[in-house]
Design a protein around this ligand. Structure first.
Ligand code: 5RP
Length: 313
């Protein structure tokens, strides 16, 4: 009962100001519970509504992938530039400093290695452990069109149910087997299925034609995977095109950690995603940060004139 008497006279209740409700700006996420929205705010920057997720979970089926042999050496120095880290609980507990303050998205499906049928995954993480590790979301692979399509979708819906119980968003990751074409028609199908069945956001691949129809027809945010390693300028072009066509950011792995200068690359990707920097400028930024001299574009070589062969005889 400390200052009960003075309380009513000394406080200003701003009776003239109506209560302020701040809508949650992330696409399709307005009706989520506070805990979900709070976790998503650790993934998507509240300033830009976009994210640079650094994906380093490849080892869960590939083992020590090139660039991820020593996560303590190669990845930990990149963390200050990542909005979110996507990794397995094994790497998180063993290698990531607990002082890391941004969002962590935990790989929650797994089972088969690269040597087996990849779509035959199981749920590989309990929601209790995700909470114990203070995860911002969990990620599950969904193999639309794959051999174990229904099982992988069921993995996702089980995690969605558990996530809704505790306020943990689920990232649906559309995995595309070698036999499937990554065109807009397929990506629309796969991303929409994830969103309809409860994923809070979806990770998919970029496609050159019609990617804007993929983002338009998915009612929740889409982030793109980087895919196989490309020359840095091409990877920046892809990230830029994806964001311009409605992606809410990237979940990029190999194109960052297999770059010749990963620290420079992640900063250039950030500039494209958060500042809408043009890819040409971002590539120059990459070169400057990497200490690579910017070469003037090579002039086309003039074709050497044919010297007529000396006549014999
Ligand atoms: C593995 C994944 C990876 O996290 C994902 O593919 C992103 O990495 P990359 O940019 O290297 O493709 O989900 O299944």
């Amino acid at each position: 009962m400390a200052d009960q008497e003075q309380n009513t006279t000394s406080r200003d209740y701003h009776l003239e100001i109506p209560f302020r409700n701040q809508p949650f700006g992330l696409k399709g996420c307005n009706a989520l519970d506070w805990g979900m929205q709070n976790r998503l705010s650790r993934i998507f920057s509240p300033q830009t509504g976009r994210t640079v997720m650094l994906a380093v979970d490849h080892g869960y089926f590939l083992g020590p992938t090139s660039g991820l042999e020593r996560i303590d050496v190669n990845i930990v120095p990149l963390l200050p530039f990542a909005d979110t880290l996507m990794c397995t609980r094994g790497v998180l507990r063993s290698t990531i400093p607990p002082t890391f303050g941004q969002g962590v998205v935990l790989r929650a499906s797994g089972g088969p290695s690269i040597l087996k049928e990849l779509s035959n995954e199981e749920v590989a993480l309990s929601m209790e452990d995700a909470l114990r590790l203070n995860a911002a979301a969990v990620a599950v692979q969904v193999f639309v069109g794959g051999e174990f399509e229904t099982k992988s979708i069921h993995n996702m819906t089980r995690l969605v149910d558990a996530g809704l119980r505790y306020g943990v968003p689920v990232l649906g990751v559309t995995a595309v087997g070698k036999e499937l074409v990554r065109d807009a028609q397929y990506l629309r199908l796969a991303t929409r299925i994830c969103a309809e069945l409860g994923a809070a956001y979806v990770k998919t691949y970029f496609c050159e034609e019609g990617f804007e129809t993929v983002t338009a027809s998915c009612p929740v945010p889409i982030v793109i995977a980087g895919g196989k390693k490309l020359p840095e300028e091409e990877a920046l072009n892809m990230a830029h095109a994806a964001v311009q066509q409605g992606a809410a950011g990237v979940d990029m792995g190999r194109n960052i950690f297999q770059s010749q200068a990963p620290l420079a690359m992640i900063q250039a990707v950030r500039a494209v995603v958060h500042d809408h920097m043009k890819p040409k400028q971002a590539f120059e930024m990459f070169q400057d940060l990497a200490g690579i001299s910017r070469k003037a574009p090579a002039k086309p070589r003039s074709t050497p004139k044919k010297v007529p062969a000396p006549r014999k005889g």
